[in-house]
Ligand binder design. Sequence first.
Ligand code: 6R9
Length: 643
Amino acid sequence: MNEGTSSPGRPTAANASRIDPPPAFVERANVTDRSIREGFADRWPECWDRAAAFLDWSSSYDRVLDAANGYDWFAGGALNASYNCVDRHVEAGRKSHAALKWEGRLGETRTYTYHDLYREVNALAAALRERGVEAGDVVTTYMPVLPELPVTMLACARLGAVHSVVFAGYSADALAMRLADTESAWLLTCDGYYRRGTAHDLKRKADNACLRAPQSVDRIIVDRLDDDRSYGDNYAEYATLLDEYAGETVDPVPRESSDPLFVIYTSGTTGRPKAVRHATGGYLAQVAWTSHAVLDLEPGDTHLCSADVGWITGHSYVVYGPLALGATTVLYEGTPDYPERDHLWEIVERNAVDVFYTAPTVIRAFMKWGAEHPQRHDLSSLRLLGTVGEPIDETTWRWYYDHVGNGACALVDTWWQTETGGIVVSTLPGVDGMRPGTAGPPLPGISADVVDACGEPVDPGESGSLVLTRPWPGMALGLGDSTGEAPTAWRYETGDAAAVDADGYLRLLGREGNALNVAGQRLGTRELEAAIVGVDGVAEAAVVGVDGPQSDTALYAYVTPQRDAGSAGPLRERVRAAVAAAIGRFATPDVVVFTPDLPKTRSGKVLRRHLRQIASGERVSDTEPLRNPEIVGELESIVDGVS
Ligand code: 6R9
């Protein structure tokens, strides 16, 4: 555990030196015009025309933003996301260009040209149509990062159906909740997947989830494992369907700009994950434009984003952004240290990757393993490095810049959320200087403020809450309680703490309140706590995350057992198993601390701040708000004993 009060996950240096973008990068960057910011600022919302111009519309829109009835971006326009990500590149003569390159966990590789992608998306869309899928229906997927996953997303989009991608690491319970909540009557899954060379059964979890769903679920299964299992009558085989429908085509169904493209679940403020819906036109425009302006992608580039497709980062920057631009996206199924700690660098070298996008937690792991791993490879194809998911500290930033980028790449620290759809805070790499540990200004067209508890902007350098004060195209449907408000009154509270420096760069300071960032993914403490409190023998629970010096957030679960709970060992295992079952193994607490009570205010609120300080070995100075201050000393000695 980390000691003392420093928190390496948080940037501290407000005035870290600026690094100019490498001249060789600027020379060929997509965006180099410094006036772009003014152009956007004066012409909001019309400035977002530039983003929509990256798409082909089957009917052009009449208004950039219609604020009369919620916030309707590119109102009156119609388009199809599958057409934009596939057909138009084929029509433009890029049939034989690589669209997807898949790097499997057992070292397998598969390449899909845009023409291959076109054929498979069409065949699957024909099969889904035959199985009753229509525009507006929700189709669920539950599989690891296989090429079949983006193919399914694009086949749904072609039909105007809404996809709901469920991360394969989630439990049967988590899948069942999502199936029921969306009333989804189709599921595409696979038999299992490999982790560190060992096969894991996914079909069993999918079966369990379907049993629990109130509706009947039509199932299609991808054969991933090397075994002879038969799947039974409930499943159609993906490969068989592709053969059956080979050569069939499905006309892309035009969608209104505000029709949903997909639904994705994220941690909200309550114990239950919340459904976030993204609109076809605004979302696709935002991810295409940011892929161009921030990730600097262009047709012919090879992009590797290490995120799982099941998270929003995978939706936006593994699938939709790069494919909308006609680039090559590398789908990475693996784990960075399997079979070797240079696995990712080997992939970068072999595919001559131009742009690499990952999370600080991954970079910190690389840093721990040592610079010799990237050094062993020729990474000179890289031109831009990106990071997302949590604050990146200056040390990690510099390591990434020096040892992966060899001091010659542009580096973007991109801040955004499931709700924002795409990047909203970042430097423009061909225009702005980089400042390690500081994400950058809001992108042109985005307005942000850092405010105090009364909603007043704080002084430069002071920390406060980050709010976005104008809508943007990639915003989730219905965000910020939009109905009826004039655009000037609209605001969206991001739930992140931040400070804005004198030059307008934002320093992100982590989540406020009850959300946690684990391995770059957002989890609500309430979701974890709800799972723990459901365990027989548990009276109460509170979960906090603590940043380790080099590694991920460590999860501490403070648990008050019931009087007749039995011995601690088995209860601890039941707590861990309950979290694994409700959410997934990746969310299992690192440390379970049993305590007779939790620190509480007089009104009974659990003070997680105190629990965080105790877990990180800091002194708890401020016991004034506590109803039970004596618990602090007791907890300090218990935690000392277990961590
Ligand atoms: C894209 C994604 C969103 C939360 C967000 C914030 C954290 C993301 C960050 C960052 C500091 C960055 N976050 N990018 N914090 N610097 N560059 O991660 O979406 O899973 O919804 O998480 O992640 O706390 O509020 P999501």
